[in-house]
Write a protein that binds this ligand. Structure first.
Ligand SMILES: CC(=O)SCCNC(=O)CCNC(=O)[C@H](O)C(C)(C)COP(=O)(O)OP(=O)(O)OC[C@H]1O[C@@H](n2cnc3c(N)ncnc32)[C@H](O)[C@@H]1OP(=O)(O)O
Length: 208
C-alpha cells in the first residue's frame, strides 16, 4: 500500500518534494497553499487554501504533512501553528549514513550525502547534491543549498541558510538564523543572525 502524504506549500520547492515522494511510492493526497491563486508551478492542480485564514477549519489531523516552503522563517512559522504529524522526503539517490539521524519534516534531495554521526534537525532542507560530512549538527529549519559542502564537525544553527556552493571548513560553528551567501568560503565561526559572503567569508550585515 502507498503511504499518503500532504504537502503545505505549492511553489517550486514543493514540486521537487512531490517528485521525491512519488518516486518513493507515496501518494500526495492534498496540497495546501496560503495563496493558492498565485501558484504557477507544476503542482498547481488541486491546490487548496492553507491554515492562515482559519486555523480551526484546517484539517490538522490526517495524513502526515511536509511543509514545502523554501524560506526558513516561514517554514518555522507554519510549523508553529500547524498541529499535524510530519513526514520526511528522502530521494533514492541520497546517501545517508546509518549512524546519522534526520528529524521530522526534513527533505533530502537528489545526490545529497550525509556522512556518519551527523544530526539533522526538523523541517530542514538538504538540497540537491549538498555534502554534509561526519559529526555535523544541523539545526531545525536550516537549509543547506545545492552543492554546498560542510566538512567534518560543522554546526549550523536553527534557521540558517547555507547558500549554493558554499564551503565550510572543519569545526566551524555557524550560529542561528544566519545567511551564508552563494559560493562563500566560511573559515571561522559565524555569530547568530549574520550574513556572510565572499572568500574568505566576512560578515556584511547582522539581522535584527
Ligand atoms: C534550488 C534553489 O534555488 S536553492 C536556493 C539557494 N539560494 C542561494 O544560495 C542564494 C544565496 N544568496 C546570496 O548569495 C545573496 O547574494 C545574499 C543573500 C548573500 C544577498 O544578501 P543581501 O542581503 O540581499 O545583500 P546584497 O545583494 O545587498 O549584497 C550586499 C553586498 O554583498 C555582495 N554579495 C552578495 N552576495 C554575495 C555572494 N554570494 N558572494 C560575494 N559577494 C556577495 C554584493 O555584491 C554586495 O556588495 P557591494 O556592497 O560591494 O555592492
Amino acid at each position: 500500500m502507498k503511504n499518503k502524504v500532504r504537502i503545505y506549500g505549492a511553489g517550486g520547492h514543493s514540486q521537487v518534494i512531490k517528485e521525491v515522494l512519488e518516486n518513493n511510492n507515496c501518494i500526495v493526497t492534498d496540497t495546501f497553499d496560503d495563496k493558492p491563486e498565485s501558484v504557477h508551478h507544476a503542482s498547481k492542480n488541486n491546490v487548496v487554501g492553507g491554515a492562515r485564514k482559519d486555523l480551526n477549519a484546517f484539517p490538522h489531523e490526517g495524513d502526515p504533512v511536509i511543509i514545502a516552503v523554501g524560506i526558513n522563517a516561514e517554514r518555522a512559522e507554519i510549523a508553529g501553528f500547524l498541529n499535524c504529524t510530519y513526514e520526511k522526503a528522502i530521494h533514492q539517490s541520497a546517501i545517508i549514513s546509518s549512524t546519522s539521524t534526520i528529524g521530522e519534516g526534513t527533505v533530502v534531495f537528489a545526490g545529497a550525502i550525509i556522512q556518519p554521526n551527523t544530526s539533522i534537525g526538523k523541517h530542514v532542507i538538504i538540497n540537491t547534491g549538498a555534502s554534509v560530512d561526519h559529526d555535523n549538527i544541523i539545526g531545525d529549519y536550516a537549509h543547506i543549498s545545492p552543492k554546498a559542502a560542510l566538512c567534518g564537525h560543522v554546526e549550523v544553527g536553527e534557521g540558517s541558510h547555507v547558500g549554493v556552493g558554499a564551503v565550510v571548513i572543519p569545526k566551524v560553528k555557524i550560529g542561528k538564523w544566519c545567511t551564508i551567501g552563494a559560493g562563500t568560503i566560511v573559515l571561522k565561526d559565524v555569530p547568530d543572525y549574520s550574513t556572510v559572503v565572499g572568500n574568505p567569508g566576512k560578515v556584511i550585515k547582522t539581522k535584527k
